[in-house]
Design a protein around this ligand. Sequence first.
Ligand code: MV4
Length: 673
Amino acid sequence: MRNISTLLVANRGEIAVRVIRTAKALGIKTVAVYSDVDADAMHVRDADQAVRLGPAPVGESYLRADLVLAAAVEAGADAIHPGYGFLSERADFADAVAAAGLVFVGPARDAIDIMGDKARAKRAMIAAGVPCVPGYQGEDQSDATLIEQAQAIGYPIMVKASAGGGGRGMRVVEQAEALPEAIKLARSEAENAFGSGALILERALLSPRHVEIQVFADAHGTVIHLGERDCSVQRRHQKVIEEAPCPVMTSDLRVRMGQAAVEAARAVDYRGAGTVEFLLDPSGEFYFLEMNTRLQVEHPVTEAVTGLDLVALQLRVAAGQPLGLGQDDVRLTGHAIEVRLYAEDPDRDFLPSTGLVKLFHTPEMPNLRVDAGVESGGEVSPYYDPMVAKIITHGSDREEARRKAVQALGETAMFGPNTNRDFLIDALQQPEFTRGEATTAFIGNAYGDAGFASPPPGAKALACAAVVLFRAKRADAQMQALDVQDELLDWSSDGARQSVFVTAENGATHTVIAQGGDRYQVLHQPAGGEVESVSVGLLRSAQNTAVFEIDGSRLHAVIHVDADKVLHIATPSRTFTLWDRGGLASGDDKGDCGRVVAPMHGKLMSIDVELGQTVNKGQRLAVLEAMKMQHEIKAQMDGTVGEIAARSETQIAAGDLIMQLEPGREPKTGTDL
Ligand code: MV4
């Protein structure tokens, strides 16, 4: 038995905050670690002590096992919780922590090692009788062997990096002709990314569900499972929505998958919290994919349906105590859904979006849990994962949890960096998801190649926004004229007070007429369109929220007005900005979307168009590599390439001009008419 009285949390963001919360509840002192850009971060302020690691890049801070270990020793910690990512699945780190006489909150090095290698893991699972996706996971990596094995497996085939994980280093091959080239590419990618070019082959399942089982093991021979999570809703292998239980689970299937997961854990002498990932076929067959030897991002849905605190169990088991819980003690209640809020821009191909968080607001409601790593006034840094918060709802059934998630997100907003909030709200309401039929093909089916385009706000939402701006300006006037009586502020000699706005979005004008008693008439006129009159009542307004009334319906909004009077507003379905353009003509913005600028710092990998070429809206213009990811830069309009200002194979800064598109197209010349 080991006593844990001081715990170092070797992570940042929401998971560091979450681990610290449970440690505190157990009377355990906490030590945070941080990089220079995180000196004022939430996890640093929550902990009892904090130790600086180094500069912002992860290679100089959160990935430095030596610095983390030294920090633990210096701070007098007796245990290290690695969270997820970073050092959580580094076998040599787990080993070094133990060798230094500290407790590593996780499994021993051998389990991490085996599960970190897909080929070894699958061989161990096959030996333990755990069903695996049919494939090849041998040591002979010659092209001839791989090609021959692929033929035996049958197409389509998945080629996966043995050292990869979570979809990294994975590609589908549809037919035999494409295999040699795919092997070559996959091998060199794997070599670069993971330091090993070893590959495995698997039959590609076409639209399976991604179902994972949470397991827990102690040092006294107890291994149990806490049911499953369905994580089928992923975008480019980034999980977006997770839920428990899986909508198509039956008690018989849960027993069989649970037993397979427990066998998987036993086969590697597992300790602590682990997750066994399976693919579940429409026919009800399931296959082992990989095991994650850490606490996962989506653990809160399991906590919601089991009522257990997984971090508390991890700490108990790490201290050598018995789990204190048998399989029969695990009861699943209701349904839980987690959505991941990412600081990214769905309108720009989901590029990460960073910067000052002007406002982060979430509602208070029963059975809602928010795990966040940033707060208002904080910063989303380009150096780390763009996930900023998780929103978890629990209901008596799936539909209740789903509706609650829509409602909670509708009253959630982050202003500053863009987020995927509106996308999440849309995804949660897609018929396929609502029916509980979403498989791994869902995002592709629902959004296709075009991706998600957030529709512009409607007249009602714009009218509410105009009212907020009007009131913000009036409040300013009030500050400057302290002796003006309140009731006179809405009065003017030519009748009602009114104010004209032009939106930035599409050149529409809004005329707000104050009618007294917190009622307003808003005349909404789209550029060149008919005037529409909207009558808006302000029922409630607080620091950052407002409730409006339009035609008897309530509209809830989260609002934030910048010092320069830019209004950020999130209604239950849309996030947008509005500002007073002081009567600018509506055409003034037109040329702007022809400016193609780098959305972030990075290396310009290619420029895919030529001077004078005509392009279609949505067409790829260039590829930018940033944060190890390739981002396609697409045309925002139809046009002609009028200028190319940057060169490929060069570094480029955020905001730098790449090219200029001219509106309209050159008439086609030639004889193809
Ligand atoms: C697969 C697969 C189909 N067939 N392997 C992705 C994450 C990683 N843990 C394993 N993943 C998959 N492996 C075989 N043999 C499907 C996935 C998969 C997936 C694939 C495409 C689009 C979304 C997906 C979501 C989850 C899993």
